[in-house]
Ligand binder design. Structure first.
Ligand SMILES: Cc1cc2nc3c(=O)[nH]c(=O)nc-3n(C[C@H](O)[C@H](O)[C@H](O)COP(=O)(O)OP(=O)(O)OC[C@H]3O[C@@H](n4cnc5c(N)ncnc54)[C@H](O)[C@@H]3O)c2cc1C
Length: 317
């Protein structure tokens, strides 16, 4: 079922989770171990992130170095199929521009369609560790909107090979990323919003946000989207803070602010266990306020912390 249908049919706030594929070498059982404690709260679907390969230099026995492409977390599509089969719920693979030529993307979308996957979250991906700015593949997509247009084309039966006439139509529901605190490469929030609007006008069915810790930023973002005529559902992405280290890591990696009240409470903690308690309580309060505001879905980034997420969602669902 499409995410947009889940939302349209809902009588109350829905719940969804995001997981990462496990590190290469770990089994699918690690995914079930991660998700099992969270399933009793009845999520409507589960997102699975996509991780491109990274270039690394491996030392040979003669002391020289060999350039290798390493994918630490493969398996997004397989995990989606396994989740749908094992839990009988929808899974949403993230698809990215980075590392894909357009033809590879087309083939990947055909695989997803044949597997009965109705949803994709279309995003650009970040620059590789050895790039200062995002570099597309030769004949790959530069921005999420270009990838989105390819998905929309396939939904209309338009393949890259123009010789394919009367090709099968896919029917993907398309989500895109939105940034309540602005994407870090955008010159200002207004420009970022215009670019988000372009994605929606091109066919995005809903927006899923970057994590944020201050609900007022989300409320302003929704207000600004609506004022710009962006009418699609906006799903807040939520993450607990569980250690002091994250006070500097999260702003650096995700370009989000930690509100002073939360940062001060965390700085006073004497252990990670205390931090986890503070972060959990903050996220419960954040979630309750968002639910009261009327968000369609509370979407949790579980990121290796299923027990913390379980402690939050049991207060809400
Ligand atoms: C909900 C969510 C899920 C994510 N999942 C993953 C994942 O699974 N795997 C992963 O690798 N990363 C993931 N990311 C991270 C994401 O890839 C990065 O944030 C990336 O830097 C931007 O992706 P985007 O889709 O927002 O890009 P875009 O929408 O392409 O925007 C990227 C930047 O380009 C600018 N821009 C857009 N169009 C134009 C244009 N025409 N001209 C000039 N500038 C333009 C935008 O303002 C923005 O600054 C996720 C992010 C979010 C919020």
């Amino acid at each position: 079922m499409k995410i947009i249908q889940h939302i349209e049919h809902a009588q109350k706030t829905l719940l969804s989770y995001e997981i990462l594929p496990p590190l290469k070498g770990r089994s699918i059982a690690s995914i079930y171990d991660h998700l099992d404690p969270l399933m009793e709260y009845k999520p409507s679907w589960i997102n699975v992130t996509y991780h491109r390969s990274e270039t690394a230099f491996k030392k040979r026995s003669d002391g020289s170095f060999e350039k290798v492409e390493i994918r630490k977390r493969p398996g997004t599509v397989g995990i989606c199929a396994a989740i749908m089969n094992h839990y009988k719920i929808d899974a949403v693979p993230h698809i990215i521009c980075g590392g894909f030529k357009k033809r590879e993307t087309e083939d990947a979308l055909i695989d997803l369609n044949f597997l009965g996957i109705d949803n994709v979250l279309v995003i650009r991906g970040d620059a590789s560790r050895n790039e200062s700015l995002f570099e597309p593949e030769t004949d790959g997509h530069i921005y999420a909107i270009d990838l989105l247009k390819q998905v929309v084309n396939l939904n209309n039966g338009l393949y890259l090979d123009e010789d394919i006439r009367d090709g099968g139509h896919t029917n993907f529901c398309i989500g895109v990323a939105g940034y309540p605190e602005k994407h870090f490469e955008a010159p200002n929030p207004d420009v970022d919003l215009q670019r988000l609007k372009t994605k929606v006008n091109a066919g995005a069915d809903y927006i899923m946000t970057q994590m944020f810790f201050d609900n007022d930023k989300f409320f302003d973002f929704v207000k600004n989207c609506r004022a710009e005529g962006i009418e699609v559902p906006i799903i807040p992405g939520l993450k607990p803070i569980t250690s002091k280290k994250q006070l500097s890591i999260l702003p650096r990696i995700f370009h989000v602010d930690i509100p002073p009240m939360l940062a001060n409470a965390l700085l006073k903690c004497k252990s990670d266990a205390e931090c986890e308690k503070v972060g959990t309580e903050w996220l419960v309060e954040q979630s309750k306020e968002l639910k009261a505001y009327g968000v369609p879905v509370l979407h949790y980034y579980t990121l290796g912390k299923p027990s913390v997420i379980a402690n939050v969602v049991k207060e809400l669902f």
